[in-house]
Each structure stands twice: as C-alpha cells, then as structure tokens.
Design a protein around this ligand. Structure first.
Ligand code: PXL
Length: 263
C-alpha cells in the first residue's frame, strides 16, 4: 500500500525551503509525494540574498491541482507559501471542492520581496479563506504573534495562549513553534487540540534559525498524517525528523544554513 502526501507551496530555488524541502521530506518518510507550485522564489545574491518573487498564473495553479486531485484520491494536503490574494482564492476554492482528512497549513505570512501593502492583503486573505479550513496550523513565533494578535510571546505559557487564540479562528489543532526564539536550552513547541496543551521539547541545536526547518516540520507532520498517525504522534515524529535535518544542515554561500533531510 502507498500513502500519498500532497503539497501546495512555492519553489525556493536554492533547495533549502519550499516545495523542494517538502518533497524531500515526503520521500524520506516513505510516502508518494506530489506537489503544486504556487510561486517561484529566487534569492538574489547581488542584493544581499533578498527574495525575488514571481507568482504562478492562477489558472496554471488550478490546472496543477486538477491534475493531482484527479490522478489520485488525495485526502491529506500541506499548504505552504501562497503569496498573493489571487493564489489564495484559487487554492481556497480548490480545497472546498473535495473533503480532506487533514489540511496542514504552514502560515508563511511574509516574503521580503513583496511590497508591504500587498503582503498585508495576502495575510488577510490567508486568515479569512484558508486558516478556517485548516485542521492543523503550524505557526512559528512571529506568525503566532500576528495570528493571535498578542503583543508579545515570551514564555511557553504565552505560546500556549497564542495557540488557543488561533484555534478560536477555526483550525482544530495548533502546533505553535517556539524554536530557538524562546529563551532556554530546549526548542519548545506546543500542540493545542481544542482542549489540552501538549508541550513538545527537544534540546536546541545551535542558536541560529536554519532555513527550511518550518517547512520540514509541517511536511513531516503531513507525511505522518498521510500514513494514518494521530496528530500528537505525527507532531512528535515530525519534531524528531526536523531535529535530525537541522543537525545534518548544509552550508554554502548563503548567509544561513539549510536543513538536510534523511542524512
Ligand atoms: O521558509 C519559508 C518559505 C516557504 N516557502 C518558500 C520560501 C520560503 C522562504 O524563503 O521561499 C517558497
């Protein structure tokens, strides 16, 4: 038997984040991965590696989704970077067109290459059209602060409160990631299931953020859910897998390292 893991996300041309990372993770976790590309991000080495961002035509996104969902009976999907209100419209419409066992939303809110006004419209569209459909949402500290409307998140209790406030907006589960941003020796994430908070801890691996860690965590969660795990088991396994990918990181000419899956 084969389990299908599907992702709708952006391409990141250096292979550290985005759909490249998602598909590598799906492969490592013994699922058949397939993906729909929403946008193309090419970091610019001539401009401090800033983001160059090109959205894919919404009709082409719709065609890709039609191909994937017609080819196989998909019931678990990860949503990564969408990037524009037009993309969010087409993806939200497609999600509404069939039933899903799980929609895992990695709420990638900002992309440095975007004009701030456009980024705000995109954030609002994501909150209005995709967040309420998600069964699991995986915000990092910054995204948890924006989505919860809290002024600051400085402790694990604050992170749990943010997760509760985000769950009030529709998603059944919130996996809020403290990562290296919260003080202490452990990278702490909290999983809120609508009534209880489970705290997930692992020793921090260095103090710097590593590109692709968030994408890997949400993709590993998606693969484990595709294979039939419960959300709490999938979250624990995803955290372990991501820790190993951070430890096996690669360095190149970018100002940050990138995760390496399955090393
Ligand atoms: O890590 C967030 C992310 C997700 N998806 C794409 C990206 C990035 C960050 O650069 O480029 C396509």
């Amino acid at each position: 038997m084969v389990d299908f893991a599907y992702v709708i996300a952006g391409s990141e041309a250096t292979g550290g984040a985005g759909i490249q990372t998602d598909l590598k993770t799906f492969q490592e976790l013994d699922t058949f991965g397939l993906g729909t590309i929403t946008c193309i991000v090419s970091f610019d080495p001539k401009n401090s590696w800033g983001h160059r961002f090109v959205p894919v035509d919404p009709d082409v996104i719709a065609d890709q989704i039609e191909a994937a969902t017609s080819a196989y009976d998909l019931d678990v999907v990860k949503i990564g970077m969408l990037g524009t209100p037009a993309t969010i419209d087409v993806v939200a419409h497609a999600l509404a067109g069939q039933s899903w066992r799980h929609i895992v939303l990695d709420p990638v809110l900002i992309c440095k290459g975007q004009e701030p006004g456009a980024a705000l419209d995109t954030d609002q569209a994501l909150r209005a059209q995709v967040l309420p459909r998600a069964t699991v949402v995986t915000p990092n500290l910054f995204e948890a602060q924006i989505l919860s409307g809290m002024d600051a998140i400085e402790t694990v209790d604050d992170l749990a409160e943010a997760a509760r406030r985000i769950a009030d907006q529709g998603p059944r589960y919130v996996l809020a990631k403290g990562g290296v941003e919260l003080p202490g020796d452990d990278a702490v994430d909290v999983l809120f299931d609508g009534s209880e908070v489970t705290v997930l801890r692992a020793p921090k691996i260095g103090g710097e953020r590593v590109s692709g860690a968030g994408c890997t965590l949400a993709a590993a969660l998606t693969a484990e859910l595709a294979k039939g795990s419960s959300v709490v088991d999938a979250a624990r396994r995803a955290k372990e897998f991501t820790g190993a990918a951070i430890a096996a990181r690669v360095s190149g000419h970018l100002p940050f390292d990138a995760v390496r899956q399955g090393a």
